[in-house]
Design a protein around this ligand. Structure first.
Ligand code: PMP
Length: 386
């Protein structure tokens, strides 16, 4: 029997592009410390600066804005910590505004900050996961230091109006951060046009290496060193450069920029083929999130009277890899907080599956899912006691 491996969990992570693997391999041979003044050091430093320029070009900012981090979790935490320090130093702007559907690297930090007495408001979203700008307005005033809203949601794919939100944040004198981790390589991301002050991303979501990311910081905004030590990254984040991974994320950025349009169309077409196929074959389902403002490769579907984890495991037995809610929540049977925050009822949230496409998926993958999924749902619904 033919063995299938159909990976539809690209929002959790993507495989490295073959050019990235090659570049990382070669960059591992550049073993000089990029801070050393000799030629081996200069070779490594030049490779790093090339990567910085590629990232800057991808997200439309100055290369000097790009700081390499270990990933978006670190970048997100860092932005909040910069403002936490300002608040500790007595800033009159002592409130942070974010949303109810941010990634756990913000969502959990919000809980921590609140437990430690900081004022953080989470603006709710509508049933598509979209921020209503009128509602957001109610949260904004001259005591707000930072507004942080993700560009595209990792679970339901909803794309938020970042340029408009940035304008509103700036109107009350607050700074703006966006977590663009899921948007990179799927939709155009432009720091300058949107006007955002801080932007986070992670290499492994767009075919780069894991454990490497970026915090991009616009000129003349609040800053604080986040790892004290050597002079790397303008003294902001000390530590010997991870040359190979930095080179890898740079190559991934070049590919993402070059192939954005084509890639985005392909992901949307695959997503739509699957959505329509599911709607035709399986009764009583709900597609979550926004259809109009959605990341091209994300399809989140609720199958009432079937448990998400069971669907996932049965699909896995057929060689199809998907996720329930976010991968970060796996291991817990709690329903997705993103779905609950978008007003999805608890049973629908329990029966939800996220299919997320990537560059290596094909139409045949979708055909295979459409063959295997309907009998699985049928069987689980027959077994369901609810
Ligand atoms: N933000 C979003 C929207 C994400 O999807 C992720 C990864 N799931 C992160 C942040 C964190 O990225 P990393 O795990 O690479 O730090």
């Amino acid at each position: 029997m033919e063995q299938h491996s159909i990976y539809l969990d690209n929002n959790a992570t993507t495989p490295m592009h073959e050019d990235v693997i090659q570049a990382v391999h070669e960059a591992n041979l550049l073993y000089g410390n990029a801070s050393s003044m000799h030629s081996f050091g200069r070779d490594a430093a030049a490779a790093i600066e090339g990567s910085r320029a590629a990232i800057a070009s991808l997200i439309d900012c100055d290369p000097s804005s790009v700081i390499f981090t270990s990933g978006a979790s670190e970048s997100n935490n860092t932005v909040f910590n910069i403002f936490r320090e300002q608040i500790d130093l007595g800033s009159k702007r002592n409130r942070i505004v974010t949303t109810t559907i941010e990634h756990p690297s913000i969502n959990e930090l919000v809980k921590y900050l609140r437990n430690h007495g900081y004022k953080v408001d989470e603006c709710p979203v509508d049933k598509e996961g979209l921020i209503d700008l009128e509602v957001l307005k109610g949260y904004l005033a001259d005591d707000v230091a930072l507004v942080s809203v993700m560009t595209g949601n990792n679970e339901i794919g909803t794309i938020e109006p970042i340029a408009e939100i940035t304008k509103m944040a700036h109107e009350v004198g607050a700074y703006m951060h966006t977590d663009a981790t899921q948007a990179i390589g799927k939709i155009p991301v432009t720091m300058k046009t949107w006007g955002v002050d801080y932007l986070s991303l992670s290499g492994h979501k767009f075919y780069g290496p894991k454990g490497i990311g970026v915090l991009a910081i616009a000129p003349k905004v609040p800053l604080a060193p986040f790892v004290h030590g050597g002079h790397q990254e303008g003294g902001m984040r000390a530590g010997t450069y991870n040359t190979a991974s930095i080179v890898g994320i740079g190559v991934a950025a070049e590919i993402a920029q070059k192939e954005l349009e084509e890639e985005s169309k392909k992901l949307w077409d695959l997503r739509e083929k699957l959505r329509k196929g599911i709607e035709e074959r399986i009764p009583n389902i709900v597609v979550n999130g926004s259809q109009e403002h959605c990341l091209p490769g994300t399809l989140d579907v609720s199958f009432p009277h079937a448990e998400g984890e069971s669907i996932l495991l049965y699909l896995d037995l057929e060689g199809i890899m998907v996720s329930t809610g976010s991968a970060c929540a796996s291991g817990s049977l709690e329903p997705s907080y993103v779905l609950l925050a978008s007003g999805v009822d608890i049973e629908m949230a329990h029966g939800s599956i996220r299919f997320s496409f990537g560059r290596y998926n094909t139409e045949e993958d979708v055909d295979y899912v459409l063959e295997k999924l309907p009998p699985i749902i049928k069987r689980l619904r027959e077994m369901s006691t609810r």
